[in-house]
Write a protein that binds this ligand. Sequence first.
Ligand code: UFG
Length: 334
Amino acid sequence: MAVLVTGGAGYIGSHIVLSLLEKGEDVVIIDNLSRGHKKAVKGGILYVGDLADKTFIRKVFAENDIESVIHLAAYSQVEESSEQPIKYYINNVKTTINLLEAMKDYGVKSLVFSSTAAVYGQTNEVPIRETAVTNPVNPYGESKLVVERMLKWASVSNDINYISLRYFNAAGAHDSGEIGEDHEVESHLIPIILMAAMGQREKVVIYGEDYDTEDGTCIRDYVHVMDLSKAHILALNRLRNTGKSGIYNLGSGKGYSVKQIVKTVERVTGINVPVESGGRRAGDAAVLIASSEKAKKELNWQPEHESIERIIRDAWRWHSNNAKGYNDKYIYLI
Ligand code: UFG
């Protein structure tokens, strides 16, 4: 009996795969390696292929005794999604339909879905609960919300049981230092600041200093990737034990401004980071902080790496020891 992890070679997926392996689970991974890294997969059976290919999906289900699915495979660049919305609908929605079809045909009912705080869009609710209005402001968030709606109806008709996990700002790296964040096009704040600290970027551009926050910069809720992994395993076990579907926010419940993150990186690394003021980035909300009370209560989720220093320290360990990330992209070009 195996757990299928789609997108298991990606940043969050690779951490989940490792956590599952540590729990003694059999793991099968699907990843097309377009954004993931073979070197990030530390065990299990990796199938390199695309969820757009229905024959390929069926082959994976036919060859393995899959009992449940954790579905992360998706594009997740907000800016790119605004430029190429259809690509996001195809890669995030259509592929999920293919996966659900295969699950139905092979009688697999449990699905943990990787969702995002981007489903909320601009909201004034602080902290944000799962009951907040969902009004995405970019196609990435919209594509995840479309899938959530589809999952709701699939669960009502009793085709599947699902838990959707809405991550806030994933950050940090594995305790072992073996795996971490490596995006070919990096847009996330913490890796960008760390790259500037390492001299790989000239500076950090702060996107807007005129927000209605204490220091004028945007506030976000950073959650450690190890704590995210843990939540997926708890969600999976809840589905196994109760079959109850649901939607859960995952965040630390604490907000840090862009400037506070820069200062924390400087403190943790001992390096001054050059910063520059830039204009606002389209689609950025001023404050996004999660209420994760529901996950704590129903999934019994207790984040263990909550301090922002810890998150940045772990990310720094990974980045400073792996200046070129996995340095494996050339493998696929041969
Ligand atoms: N920021 C900068 N400079 C940079 C990069 C980011 O000032 O070079 C700022 C952003 O404007 C934002 C904050 O840092 O205020 C965090 O930005 P990230 O890009 O790291 O993260 P986002 O909050 O934009 O996005 C995250 C996830 C998305 C998800 C979104 C949900 O990465 O996948 O939360 O709101 F969609």
